[in-house]
Design a binder for this molecule. Structure first.
Ligand code: ACO
Ligand code: ZN
Length: 282
């Protein structure tokens, strides 16, 4: 899903209105030129259709669109959080709209039109007015490189609240059910790298703090569905690998354990696999 030709394009939208939010795009996205001239782009938060005026989107909601959740199967629900699985082949316009929206926040890659080979997992927060999209990740139906995630996005208004971790965790829960290891598609963006590093590290420290005895990187990999490469990356970002008495050892410093405790104290939401109703698509 590389798209280098767009890299140098100028940001072409000033402001997006979506549900109750105003969002400022970060990067160029190939919305039709006639719409990018208007000062504000109005996006239906449920079907992700886009309009140049408030009047048009109101008409859309009143007459044409009664959607209150993403157009796919709800495969997870706990408390007010759900995940919907959407097949790019079956819901082309929704998935194309999603890619256009997500391109506003991703500079180096995304797919716009050929959505068929992908599944999209939409994270929503639910209330009496519907299931509101918070973020999503896409996943190739068949990945030659064993990627378990192609693109990930938390909409800017929801960033830094732990939803990125939730999306990442979900992608690995799917990999566990598939009985495979997984890793995100490269290259990662700066924020993608920061997010994954934080997520991998916490998950690994979480396993190790309560673990007694020896454990190998391969065993950690089996338990998490992370690749050994990603585990080593996370451990070295924690400065956690030492050569000790002729062997490699994992060492978690006081500082790392303190940071872990502080992060745990935030009591972020996590995925409870009990509520995941999913089998790998055949
Ligand atoms: N500055 C520094 N650290 C950050 C930042 C930031 N702006 N954003 C995230 N982090 C790190 C922090 O350690 C953070 O934990 P903390 O908030 O407890 O300090 C951790 O990442 C994860 O934070 P979350 O709240 O769980 O993640 P968030 O919901 O913000 O989503 C994501 C992370 C998805 C990468 C988001 O930043 C995003 O959508 N960015 C734009 C799109 C993008 O770049 N996607 C990745 C492309 S690569 C790929 O798709 C394979
Ligand atoms: Zn709509």
């Amino acid at each position: 899903t590389q798209c280098t030709s767009e890299v140098a394009r100028m940001k072409n939208l000033n402001l997006i209105y979506m549900g109750e939010f105003e969002v400022e795009p970060w990067y160029f996205s190939p919305y039709p030129a006639e719409l990018t001239n208007s000062p504000v782009l109005y996006i239906c938060e449920f079907c992700l259709a886009y309009f140049g005026s408030k009047k048009q989107i109101e008409r859309h909601r009143q007459r044409y669109c009664d959607l209150l959740y993403p157009p796919g199967n709800e495969i997870y629900r706990k408390d007010e959080i759900s995940f919907f699985e959407i097949d790019g082949r079956r819901q082309k316009s929704y998935c194309r709209n999603l890619c256009l929206l997500s391109k506003c926040f991703l500079d180096h890659k995304t797919l716009y039109y050929d959505v068929d080979p992908f599944l999209f997992y939409i994270l929503t927060k639910n209330d009496d007015h519907g299931c509101h999209i918070i973020g999503y990740f896409s996943k190739e139906k068949e990945s030659a490189e064993n990627y378990n995630l192609a693109c990930i996005l938390t909409l800017p208004q929801y960033q830094r609240h732990g939803y990125g971790r939730l999306l990442m965790q979900f992608s690995y829960e799917l990999s566990k059910i598939e009985g495979r290891l997984g890793s995100p598609e490269k290259p990662l963006s700066d924020l993608g790298l920061l997010g994954y590093r934080a997520f991998w590290s916490e998950a690994i420290v979480d396993l190790l703090v309560d673990y007694h005895g020896e454990i190998s990187i391969e065993e950690l990999s089996k338990m998490t569905s992370f690749t050994t490469q990603d585990i080593l990356h996370a451990l070295s970002s924690l400065d956690g690998i030492r050569y000790y008495k002729g062997r490699h050892a994992i060492v978690l410093s006081e500082a790392v354990l303190e940071a872990y405790k502080r992060s745990k104290a935030k009591k972020r939401r996590s995925i409870d696999p009990k509520y995941l109703k999913w089998a790998p698509p055949i």
